[in-house]
Design a protein around this ligand. Structure first.
Ligand code: HPA
Length: 251
C-alpha cells in the first residue's frame, strides 16, 4: 500500500475514497493525526496530514518518528511526501512542481533516528541517495503521463523553521548547492530509510525564497496560499496516476 504525507495545502485528499480512520499508537508518541485509509482509483492508499488535519503542528514540532512508524506499522510499503518549498533558482517559479533528487539537512534538535537508547546498538544507514530510486522514477513517469510540467533534478535544503530564512541564509544555501528550501524534508526521509520504506517527494514551489525575485523585499503569505491551492490540483492528478500504476502485488 502506498501512503501519502500531505503538507501545507494538502491536509486532505479530495480524490481519496475514505474507508476508515485509525488513531495509531506508537512507541514514539502521537502521530500528527489519525491515519486515513481509503482507495484512489480502486487502489488502497493511506493518508496522513503532516501538520495535523487542522494545520496546527509547526515543522519543528512534527513527531516525524511517530508519523513514519505509524504508516509503516499499518502497512505502508512506499511513502510519497508532498510539501511546499521556496525556490532559490530563478527558473523554478511559484506553482512549479519539483521531484527533488538530493537533500541537505540544516535542522537541529529534532528526534531524527529510531536507533537510539541504551539497548540499541550503533546503527548507520546508507543515505547517498536520500530518495528511493524506484519510487522516484514512478513519480517522474506519473508526472510525465499526466502532462503536468515538472522539474526532476533539485537539491532540497531542510531548514529548522518555523520562521522563514533571511536573504543571506538563502545566499548561503545557494552556495551550498541547494535549489529549494523547505522545513519538513528531514528527518522524514532518513526515518523512512531506517524503516526500509521507499520514500520520495513531490514539492510545490509556493514562493521565491527570501531575497529572490518577487520576494526581494519580503514574502507574501497571501500569495503562497493562492499558489498552493492551484498547484495541489496538479499534485492530486499525479498521485492518482502513481497509485494507478502501483503494482498490486507490491501493495
Ligand atoms: N522557506 C522554507 N520553507 C518554505 C518556504 C520558504 O521560503 N516556502 C514554503 N516552505
Amino acid at each position: 500500500m502506498l501512503a501519502i504525507i500531505g503538507g501545507s495545502g494538502l491536509t486532505q485528499l479530495a480524490n481519496l475514497d475514505v474507508s476508515h480512520r485509525e488513531v495509531v499508537r506508537t512507541p514514539y508518541g502521537e502521530p500528527s493525526g489519525a491515519v486515513t485509509f481509503g482507495e484512489i482509483c480502486g487502489r488502497p492508499v493511506a493518508f496522513l496530514a503532516r501538520h495535523g488535519y487542522g494545520h496546527t503542528i509547526p515543522p519543528h514540532e512534527v513527531n516525524y518518528r511517530a508519523n513514519l512508524w505509524a504508516l509503516w506499522k499499518r502497512g505502508a510499503r512506499g511513502i510519497v511526501s508532498v510539501a511546499s518549498v521556496g525556490s532559490i533558482r530563478a527558473d523554478l517559479k511559484p506553482g512549479d512542481l519539483v521531484i527533488p533528487h538530493q537533500i541537505i539537512d540544516y535542522t537541529w534538535g529534532r528526534r531524527s533516528t529510531f536507533h537510539e537508547g541504551q539497548d540499541c546498538s550503533v546503527t548507520h544507514i546508507d543515505f547517498t541517495e536520500p530518495y528511493d530510486r524506484v519510487l522516484r522514477q514512478k513519480l517522474i513517469d506519473a508526472a510525465r503521463a499526466t502532462g503536468v510540467p515538472f522539474s526532476d533534478s533539485s537539491v532540497y535544503a531542510t531548514t529548522q523553521g518555523p520562521r522563514l530564512e533571511t536573504a543571506a541564509e538563502i545566499d548561503r544555501l545557494e552556495r551550498d548547492g541547494a535549489d529549494l528550501v523547505g522545513m519538513t524534508g528531514m528527518p522524514e526521509a532518513s526515518l523512512a530509510r531506517e524503516l526500509g520504506v521507499p520514500y520520495a517527494a513531490i514539492n510545490v514551489v509556493a514562493n521565491y525564497a527570501a531575497g529572490r525575485a518577487d520576494s526581494r523585499d519580503g514574502i507574501s503569505f497571501e500569495a503562497i496560499q493562492l499558489v498552493l491551492h492551484e498547484s495541489m490540483a496538479h499534485v492530486r492528478t499525479i498521485l492518482e496516476q502513481v497509485v494507478n500504476g502501483d503494482d498490486p502485488a507490491g501493495s
